[in-house]
Design a protein around this ligand. Structure first.
Ligand SMILES: Cc1cc2nc3c(=O)[nH]c(=O)nc-3n(C[C@H](O)[C@H](O)[C@H](O)COP(=O)(O)OP(=O)(O)OC[C@H]3O[C@@H](n4cnc5c(N)ncnc54)[C@H](O)[C@@H]3O)c2cc1C
Ligand code: SF4
Length: 559
């Protein structure tokens, strides 16, 4: 079978109604801790699920351990903002720095499917320039791989999710497998305002089915994408990659929190992972370990896996673990219109522009931003209004006016800084593991980008006819913390996710990104994971001289 189905049958393995088949879950293969599996994967989110699916298909004995539950969308998810808190990573974490980043619902998820269970669903590619910002713009870092090396994997994942959108004119111009969705009130405002302001805006790209895909149904435009799509129209690995993994003999072990990676001091190789399940500490043996716990939990786990050989934390000989953690500046600007917008009546991800993505030599700042519709539901809208200082009667007025508002959001490319990092705190969690401390401070370029993006959003909304605009500042997305690099002095893993320090330890999640562009990261994380899985399947062991040669072939990472 050719096409995406030949690679990944997940959408056809769902029930004819599009539900997750209980038989697949109950009948999945189960390994014993004593079995030496070919690969144990820490985390079944965007990166981990992709690796599990790809390697299960190749006949590997593969198991993914996830700290959270194995969700059943029909039973566990509700179309209700307040009822969706279980989807977020709410374990204790500490934050600091001069611009601390609030952690929780807006940046990390917990459970099979990972953060993509409650992500918005935008799936843009990174631009070719993202892979060499240092060479091109003198800021950020060059990746040890190029856009062209990742492009075939972008195409694979876009077909498997699948992604819907207009032909994309920015970055490397390309088209999408599904046609663009019709837009709701907020999307219409964006398109109208952008046209009036002379800015190009396009519909998409979103990983939401436009038409039936396998047994997944068409989106019904009910607007609960950030609460976990009960309909299974919005893509998350839970429905796009896990079914195929289970059908090919992979195991997903939920409610299993990995606390430590074991490295055999004699061989220098990872031998498996310690994890807590049902209150009991267990050990899963494995030939290869892949970590995919996302940007805070991955460095935390590495730092907690210290040993005689790695006294400062696993793979941390060069003090790189936890560093260069990034968020995007994500101001949101709301505009009020006399007409009813009813922004809740559509998926929040509808329309975007990448016209301001690249460095503009006429501006005082480097790199750029994108703008997208965001369409908060009422509780999030109340938070937006309260952040502006409105309270009491004033807040009530804004709330009863909700249907007249349109909200846009920007993603500003905040630059990687070594001091923006995860370390281990004194405080311990319920498993006795030190909690992560995440310190974050903005730079001058970051602040300039936020001001510029806010100005453009106000321009679009006013051009569409808004009579009042209000803006709040916030952050979105996490990436970095165990970045890929050409040399071990500059990062934790190589261009194929293999750690420099331990030959059978890989990282395949958002933590390996050296820069973040102004794009939402999930598609890039899945594409990188698919590439890592391909490499693993082709060559599980490194060639003797792989790291230095790969480094010189791709050009040294600079910062
Ligand atoms: C509200 C929200 C909206 C977003 N919107 C978008 C969007 O529109 N487009 C986009 O591209 N991105 C979006 N994102 C970001 C995107 O979802 C993440 O970047 C992506 O899912 C990260 O992939 P990952 O594999 O690194 O980690 P995750 O997908 O978060 O997966 C990590 C998994 O590891 C598990 N885990 C962590 N630690 C351990 C441990 N010690 N033991 C066992 N398991 C562990 C977690 O439970 C989790 O399931 C959004 C995120 C959020 C929260
Ligand atoms: S709007 Fe579409 S994708 Fe979003 S939750 Fe509803 S059905 Fe799912």
């Amino acid at each position: 079978m050719s096409g995406p189905r030949g690679r990944n049958e997940s959408a056809w393995l769902l029930t004819p109604r599009g539900a997750f088949p209980s038989a697949l879950r109950e009948g999945m293969r189960r390994f014993e801790d004593e079995d030496e599996v070919d690969v144990v994967i820490v985390g079944a989110g965007a990166g981990g699920s992709t690796v599990l699916q790809r390697l299960s298909r190749r006949g590997w004995k593969a198991v993914a351990l996830d700290a959270g539950p194995f969700w059943d969308p029909e039973e566990d998810w509700v179309s209700d903002e307040a009822g969706s808190h279980q989807l977020y990573w709410t374990e204790p974490r500490q934050i600091g720095g001069s611009d601390p980043v609030p952690l929780g619902s807006n940046n990390s998820g917990r459970g099979v499917g990972g953060s993509m269970v409650h992500y918005a669903g935008y799936t843009p590619r990174f631009h070719p320039s993202d892979f060499h910002t240092f060479t091109e713009d003198g800021v950020g870092a060059d990746w040890p791989l190029s856009y062209d090396e990742l492009k075939p994997y972008y195409e694979q994942i876009e077909a498997e999710l699948p992604v819907a959108g207009e032909d994309w004119p920015w970055g490397d111009p390309h088209s999408y497998p599904h046609r663009p969705h019709p837009v709701g009130g907020n999307g219409e405002i964006f398109l109208r305002g952008a046209a009036a302001a002379g800015i190009t805006a396009k519909v998409g790209p979103v990983a939401i089915t436009n038409g039936r895909f396998g047994h997944r149904p068409h989106c019904i435009y009910r607007g609960f994408c950030l609460q976990g799509c009960k309909v299974n129209a919005k893509a998350s690995p839970l429905i796009t990659h896990i079914p195929d993994a289970l059908a090919h003999g992979g195991e997903v072990r939920p409610d299993s929190t990995v606390t430590r990676i074991e490295v055999d001091e004699r061989t220098g190789r990872a031998s498996g992972v310690h994890y807590v399940r049902d209150g009991r500490l267990r050990f899963q043996r494995a030939r290869i370990v892949v970590v995919a716990g996302y940007s805070i939990e991955t460095p935390r786990l590495l730092l907690n896996s210290s040993s005689n050989r790695f006294p400062r934390g696993l793979c941390n000989d060069f003090d790189q673990v936890g560093r260069y953690l990034m968020v995007q500046g994500a101001p949101q600007t709301a505009g009020r219109f006399d007409e009813e917008i009813r922004m809740f009546k559509a998926p929040p991800p509808e329309v975007s522009t990448e016209e301001f993505y690249e460095t503009d030599p006429s501006k005082p700042y480097q790199r750029g931003f994108s703008i997208q519709t965001v369409s908060p539901l009422p509780i999030t809208w109340a938070e937006h209004v309260m952040a502006q200082g409105h309270w009491g009667r004033d807040l009530r007025n804004y709330m009863s006016d909700y249907v007249h508002w349109s909200v846009l959001g920007a993603l500003c490319e905040f630059l990687p800084q070594p001091e923006n990092r995860v370390t281990l705190a004194e405080q311990k969690d319920r498993n006795g593991m030190p909690v992560a401390h995440f310190s974050y401070s903005q730079g001058a370029n970051d602040r300039q980008l936020v001001a510029a993006a806010t100005g453009v959003m106000e321009r679009i909304l006013k051009a569409a006819g808004a009579d009042e605009v209000i803006t709040i500042n916030r952050y979105a997305h996490l990436v970095g913390g165990a970045r890929m690099a050409a040399t071990e002095q500059d990062g934790v893993v190589d261009a194929f996710g293999r750690s420099f320090a331990v030959p059978n330890l890989f990282i395949a999640d958002g933590s390996i990104l050296p820069t973040q562009g102004s794009a939402n990261p999930a598609l890039t994380i899945m594409a990188l994971a698919a590439r890592i899985a391909d490499r693993l399947a082709a060559a599980p062991e490194p060639a003797k001289s792989s790291s230095p040669d790969a480094a010189s072939a791709s050009g040294a990472l600079r910062r």
